[in-house]
Design a binder for this molecule. Sequence first.
Ligand SMILES: [Zn+2]
Length: 209
Amino acid sequence: MIHEIFPVGPLQCNCSVIGDDTSREAIVIDPGDDIEQVVALIKKHNLQVKQIVITHAHIDHVGGAMKLRAATGAPILLNQNDYALLKMLDVQAAWIGVPTPGKVEVDQNLRHADTINTGSLQAQVLHTPGHTEGSICLYFPAQQKLIAGDTLFAGSIGRTDLPGGSYEKILRSIHDRVLALPNETVVVPGHGPLTTIGEERDNNPFLQK
Ligand SMILES: [Zn+2]
């Protein structure tokens, strides 16, 4: 599996390009910004993007989605519980002082337990509300890899003080759905360094009993 992770935009959101070595089909997750860089990587690996997956509708994760859709023709996938947040991109742009990316259209709703197939790659959708109502994580069981969005970070969890956030819900999502995964699972958070489920289960201060 090809997997490039690189921080994009002023808030350094971790964008992932995940490709199948054989079919060259790929998923891009959270193209928040710097779409020229995303497109250059796609070309470098000779990939064809089949899905653009958004872990949640915060501007730093979704801001470049329409540009990438225009460049690749791939559909944009987001959980419907974040559609309301997506309509507030101008407000979000004002919060962090960046230009508004304009309107983002969703092509497909991502539901809990949906499977995404890209070439021989398979990913499962985990609906993990808390950071936002429509936050999802994407789990690749064969590769033991989790793209966690802003639900879980190395040593921390997503903030819950923005509209749609709930501290109670994020803890329930992490305990019930994220920590249900094997300890060896590599976690790619929405920001910052990688970690593992085992490391966070044992040492994340927000997850201790
Ligand atoms: Zn966020």
